[in-house]
Design a protein around this ligand. Structure first.
Ligand SMILES: *[C@@H]1O[C@H](CO)[C@@H](O)[C@H](O)[C@H]1NC(C)=O
Ligand SMILES: *[C@@H]1O[C@H](CO)[C@@H](O)[C@H](O)[C@H]1NC(C)=O
Ligand SMILES: *[C@@H]1O[C@H](CO)[C@@H](O)[C@H](O)[C@H]1NC(C)=O
Ligand SMILES: *[C@@H]1O[C@H](CO)[C@@H](O)[C@H](O)[C@H]1NC(C)=O
Ligand SMILES: *[C@@H]1O[C@H](CO)[C@@H](O)[C@H](O)[C@H]1NC(C)=O
Ligand SMILES: *[C@@H]1O[C@H](CO)[C@@H](O)[C@H](O)[C@H]1NC(C)=O
Ligand SMILES: *[C@@H]1O[C@H](CO)[C@@H](O)[C@H](O)[C@H]1NC(C)=O
Ligand SMILES: *[C@@H]1O[C@H](CO)[C@@H](O)[C@H](O)[C@H]1NC(C)=O
Length: 427
């Protein structure tokens, strides 16, 4: 086998050398740096215009460009909107730091959801080992932190209490999801090997994107910072999220809208809220999530492990989902499916419609639960969860003891050793 493959591999290498090394088809490359456009990089100066000019030059270049954010420097960037498509492939090499203005007031008169907003790009790679710092501290201080209270037994309806800080922001942030780096309508984008920290809210978002990679990232924000999701997908497909260390105040990875063909692998998550599909079906919308595989993850001290959540009244489905080789350490709700999700101050009205949850597998999930209820599955009366599978699951109480599972309107099968014992009824 190896012998047979070797010549093919060599041929590929030689072909690559020929293409890159010389002759007609070769693409020249140009290197631009922020400093070429007058950026100062002292963390104080306003380098926004320089960044915009550099982007426009790199994106409009007839040759493949590398746009570098030089190492050892800190560039303060106000909210910017960068547009594609670019003429050629573009590489954004972030070796230094990009920081947001500290005060949310910098967003006065602008869309609070956007800081580094990139629309309509194809074939962009972001790398370089540098840092994107959202300076979220003042945002968190003015946000309404939601506190979860215990839910009543069967339906697991979450009730939230809002605890607002004294100083109110001048802008209304609480209904929006601010995103530090946000790609919308993109294709062939990879973000690899950079650090995100202290985002005002979400750190890295892809909306309506396909063929996307978010790999080798570090995402760091305090455990009590609100809505600071790590990597967030909205209406995106063919996505790879791998080899990331995510430690924030909200979901490590979350996906909403119509997402499909998503691979999440090798994630160290925690603290935070775990890995979440949803919330789906908010405000009676139709969301369709399918073909998601999450494997080889370690979750530590998170409020949830792997979660699927949907609002009553929604439509669509979450199906063909597989969670495999997941280790939980002191996770409050290691396995949770909640079709009664409600994240608002008043209780949500009971509705019959629901986002269907079907064909979900939990395989080789082990470790400890911070609460007795290690498996919580609460599905709808009218659209029960079907074809669920628990296979080789071993969750015990942190500090020792048996955990418990609870199911409502959930069917499927249990394979191998399942602890706590499965509560699924047969399909
Ligand atoms: C920084 O520069 C950007 C782009 O020119 C501008 O929109 C923003 O208002 C500037 N910020 C301040 C505080 O001047
Ligand atoms: C998802 O994207 C839609 C627009 O495409 C937007 O209205 C919605 O707020 C987004 N939701 C989240 C949670 O990102
Ligand atoms: C998801 O797809 C359905 C059907 O195509 C569509 O009705 C719905 O608006 C889509 N959802 C979003 C958030 O784009
Ligand atoms: C839900 O939909 C209603 C009617 O379309 C709209 O007024 C309301 O703002 C929406 N709520 C949310 C949270 O999107
Ligand atoms: C989990 O949280 C506890 C309590 O906050 C802390 O003592 C412990 O170090 C955390 N574990 C890890 C691995 O972070
Ligand atoms: C487990 O998590 C709980 C609540 O999140 C925390 O209070 C406790 O200190 C943690 N225990 C360990 C051993 O990390
Ligand atoms: C929804 O139904 C449950 C049980 O059937 C009931 O306890 C609860 O009060 C209802 N909620 C509302 C908001 O009507
Ligand atoms: C489940 O995990 C506990 C604690 O780690 C261990 O003692 C027990 O042997 C495991 N059970 C199985 C069937 O692997």
């Amino acid at each position: 086998m190896a012998v047979a493959l070797l010549p093919a591999a060599f041929a590929a290498v030689i072909a690559a050398l020929l293409i890159c090394g010389g002759g007609g088809g070769a693409e020249a490359r140009i290197l631009l740096t922020l400093n070429d456009f007058g950026a100062v990089g002292d963390g104080i100066a306003n380098d926004t215009q320089a960044f915009l000019n550099a982007w426009n030059a790199a994106c409009g270049s007839n040759e493949q460009a590398v746009l570098a954010v030089p190492a050892g420097k800190v560039y303060q960037i106000w909210p910017v909107q960068l547009f594609g498509p670019c003429r050629k492939k573009l590489k954004l090499l972030i070796a230094g730091s990009i920081v947001a203005p500290a005060s949310p007031d910098a967003w006065e008169g602008r869309d609070p959801m956007k800081w580094l907003y990139i629309y309509g790009v194809n074939d962009l790679s972001v790398s370089g080992g540098g840092t994107i710092d959202g300076m979220g501290q003042e945002w968190w201080a003015t946000s309404c932190k939601r506190k979860k209270t215990q839910y009543p037994a069967r339906r697991l309806q979450f009730r939230r209490r809002r605890v607002c800080n004294v100083r109110r922001p001048r802008l209304i942030f609480k209904l929006t999801f601010s995103q530090a780096l946000h790609f919308e309508e993109c294709r062939g984008v990879s973000v690899q090997g950079v650090t995100f920290q202290n985002g005002p809210q979400f750190h890295l978002t892809f909306t309506r994107c396909s063929d996307v990679k978010a790999n080798f990232l570090r995402v760091i924000a305090p455990a009590d910072s609100p809505n600071t999701d790590g990597v967030h997908l909205n209406d995106s497909s063919h996505v790879q999220i791998m080899d990331n260390l995510i430690s924030t105040g909200d979901d490590c990875v979350s996906m909403v809208g119509n997402c499909s063909d998503v691979r999440v692998k090798d994630i160290s998550c925690g603290p935070g809220h775990g890995i979440s599909i949803g919330s789906l079906g908010k405000n009676r919308t139709t969301d369709m999530v399918e073909n998601v595989k999450v494997d080889t993850c370690l979750l530590t001290n998170t409020t949830n492990g792997v979660r699927i959540k949907s609002w009553q009244g929604g439509m669509g489905f979450a199906r063909n989902l597989r969670f495999e080789s997941i280790v939980m350490k002191n996770v409050s709700n290691p396995i949770i499916i909640d079709q009664y999700y409600c994240d608002q101050p008043t209780p949500c009205a009971n509705q019959t419609q629901a986002v269907e949850v079907r064909k979900v597998e939990f395989v080789d999930v082990r470790g400890t639960s911070a609460t007795k209820q290690a498996i919580s599955i609460a599905c709808s009366d009218t659209v029960p969860c079907r074809q669920l599978e628990l296979k080789n699951v071993n969750l015990t109480l942190e500090g020792g003891g048996m955990a418990a599972s609870s199911c409502y309107r959930a069917s499927g099968k249990s394979v191998g050793t399942v602890a706590p014992p499965s509560c699924l009824v047969k399909d």
